[in-house]
Design a protein around this ligand. Structure first.
Ligand SMILES: [Zn+2]
Length: 294
C-alpha cells in the first residue's frame, strides 16, 4: 500500500480531518539515517504530522518545517514538508549517542525518554512572504502527538485531536500513520459531543493499522455520525530535492578561508545531505570554481 493522506470534513463543516498512512516514508527515513527503534518512532511521528500540516497549506510553493528540541538524547528532530505533503527529515543522534532509553512497562517505545520534554516545538512556515511565520511553543510531553495538540491550541486557537504512531522492529517499519482532527470555530455542542465520544473509543493508530484498517476506515470511526466527506486523497512520500548544485551552498557557507584550506589540504570534499544522506563529491577543480564564485 502506498502512503497517502485523506483530507476530509464533517457534513456540517465544523470538523476537518487528516488521516495518514506513512509506513513507506518512515521506512525510507529509517534507512537513510539508520535510526534505532525509538528514534525511528520519534522521527516517523514527526514526519507524519509534518506531512499532514504541509497539506494544510494553501499555495503550491509554501513550505513548512518543524523543529523539536526537548533536551533528550535524540537531540534535535527536524522535518520539512511542501504543500503536497512530501516530507524529509532527520534527527541529530539516530543512535541516541549510545544512551539507553528503557521501553515503557507495557512494552511501548519511550519516545518522550528519547526526545525529552524540556524544550520546544518550533514551526516555521514559508508562505512566500518577506518573513516566514515562526511559532515556538514549549513541549508538554515529548511524545510528539500531545505536543502538536498543544501547538495547535496555542498557535492557531484550534482545538485538535492528534494521534501519531509508528510500529517498528530494529530495521523494519511495520505500521506508521496518524490523524489530525480539528474543530472549526462555531462548532455546535452536539458536534463537539459526538466527536468526543468517537475519540474516546478510538484505539491507537498503530493498533488500527495492524488490524488492517485503512485511513478511510479510521476516518469513518472518528467522524462517525458526522457524515464524513472526503475532499482529497493525497499520495505522500519521503522526498529530498537535494542536488550537487544545492549542496554547493554548504561549501559557500563555510566561508572563503575554510574552503581555501580544504582545497589546500584535502584537494577534494565529500558533503552529505542531512536529510537523505546522499553523498556529493567535489574535485579540486570544482572546489576552486566554487571559491571563484564567492
Ligand atoms: Zn538530500
Amino acid at each position: 500500500m502506498k502512503d497517502y493522506v485523506i483530507k476530509a470534513t464533517s457534513g456540517n463543516g465544523y470538523v476537518r480531518a487528516y488521516v495518514a498512512t506513512t509506513r513507506n516514508l518512515v521506512q525510507e527515513a529509517r534507512d537513510n539515517h539508520n535510526t534505532i527503534k525509538v528514534a525511528t518512532a520519534a522521527l516517523g511521528r514527526t514526519l507524519t504530522a509534518t506531512s499532514m500540516m504541509g497539506l494544510m497549506m494553501k499555495n503550491e510553493n509554501d513550505e513548512l518545517s518543524v523543529i523539536i528540541k526537548g533536551g533528550g538524547p535524540i537531540g534535535t528532530i527536524l522535518a520539512t514538508s511542501d504543500s503536497k505533503g512530501y516530507v524529509k527529515g532527520y534527527v541529530q543522534y539516530p543512535d541516541l549517542n549510545g544512551v539507553e532509553v528503557q521501553d515503557y512497562p507495557n512494552g511501548k517505545l519511550n519516545v518522550a525518554g528519547a526526545v525529552g520534554n524540556d524544550g520546544y516545538v518550533k514551526v516555521i512556515k514559508d508562505l512566500g512572504l518577506r518573513e516566514p511565520y515562526v511559532g515556538s511553543y514549549p513541549l508538554v510531553s515529548g511524545e510528539i502527538a500531545e505536543d502538536f495538540t498543544h501547538y495547535f491550541a496555542l498557535s492557531e486557537q484550534t482545538p485538535s485531536v492528534v494521534s501519531l504512531g509508528v510500529l517498528t522492529t530494529a530495521t523494519e517499519v511495520q505500521e506508521a500513520g496518524g490523524l489530525i482532527v480539528q474543530l472549526m470555530p462555531d462548532a455546535t455542542e452536539e458536534t463537539i459531543a459526538t466527536l468526543e465520544k468517537n475519540v474516546s473509543k478510538l484505539k491507537s493508530v498503530t493498533t488500527m493499522l495492524s488490524e488492517g484498517m485503512t485511513p478511510d476506515d479510521m476516518l469513518n470511526l472518528v467522524l462517525d455520525g458526522l457524515e464524513p466527506k472526503i475532499l482529497d486523497i493525497c499520495e505522500v512520500k519521503f522526498d529530498c530535492n537535494c542536488s550537487k548544485d544545492r549542496i554547493k551552498k554548504v561549501l559557500i557557507s563555510l566561508g572563503k578561508d575554510s574552503l581555501a584550506e580544504i582545497i589546500e589540504e584535502d584537494k577534494k570534499a565529500e558533503i552529505s545531505c542531512h536529510f537523505c544522506n546522499s553523498y556529493y563529491n567535489y574535485t579540486e577543480e570544482e572546489l576552486r570554481a566554487v571559491l571563484g564564485e564567492m
